[in-house]
Ligand binder design. Structure first.
Ligand code: NI
Length: 258
């Protein structure tokens, strides 16, 4: 499965792994909305980009949206574009929002889960069996910035290519998932059926949520570093691609509501 190439089509015929087209749209929307597009660094020439919060947002809740860790999960990065193109100024300005629109550029272009080195960009942030990826090392160089950016929440946007159901991982300090997690799940469920109770990816899923699962992922890392709550949302790769893009954008809007 790791070597499988996954590709879908957008409504206008663009291939889901067309990084040039994705990049052009990102730069266009950033220019139009006056977003501060920064480059954290490069991996073999590919930029790892970050959109910084707007000026004057320092006193607002600090939230981070991260997308595109896995190359066969392209609805997240395309969802970021749909979100930025359609979100109201009011909602966008309600918090100090930082975005990592596409972490694993080489995987995205190849339509493959792992990066060009065969590394998993969503593992190795904490001590464990898997070493950090090139992308992970670069993100960890910016640990202070990312920790501060996710202080009031992290949304990490993923897909599960083999499934027809949606679900999410939620981490927070509490006995059960809070209203924010229920809102994200309800938003996902406007588009797809919820995963039945049982097991998903080796974790217990109940009511569509894997609760307080710890691993060496980016989201576990930032939760351990003090993020108030983190979610890793999963849209189903077997569903229609544009529905998945729309669901990802809708969950980004829901995430900004708190
Ligand atoms: Ni993933």
């Amino acid at each position: 499965m790791e070597s499988t190439t996954w590709r879908w089509q957008l409504a206008d015929g663009t291939a889901s792994n067309d990084w040039d087209a994705w990049s052009r749209r990102l730069h266009a929307i950033a220019a139009r909305r006056g977003l501060d597009l920064l480059r954290l660094g490069r991996i073999d020439g590919d930029p790892l980009l970050l959109i910084a919060p707007g000026p004057g947002s320092a006193a607002r809740p600090r939230r981070l949206i991260a997308s595109g860790f896995h190359g066969e999960e392209p609805a997240g990065p395309w969802g970021v574009l749909a979100f930025l193109e359609n979100v109201s100024d009011e909602l966008l300005g309600a918090c100090a929002l930082t975005l990592l629109p596409l972490v694993n550029v080489s995987g995205f272009r190849a339509g493959r889960r792992l990066n060009a080195y065969g590394e998993n960009p969503n593992r190795g942030y904490l001590p464990g069996a898997e070493a950090a990826s090139q992308e992970g090392l670069l993100l960890m160089e910016h640990a202070g910035l990312l920790t501060e950016a996710a202080r009031d929440g992290l949304l990490s946007c993923h897909e599960d290519v083999l499934l027809e159901h949606c679900y999410l991982y939620a981490n927070e300090h509490g006995e059960q998932p809070g209203a924010w997690a229920a809102r994200l799940l309800a938003t996902n469920a406007e588009f797809f059926p919820i995963h039945p109770d049982g097991e998903v990816d080796g974790c217990t899923v109940r009511g569509g949520i894997v609760f307080n699962h710890a691993d060496t992922s980016f989201e576990s890392w930032l939760f351990e570093r003090g993020a108030s709550h983190t979610a890793c949302v999963e849209t189903p790769g077997q569903a229609d691609f544009m529905q998945r893009v729309a669901a990802q954008a809708a969950m980004m809007r829901a995430f900004l509501m708190g």
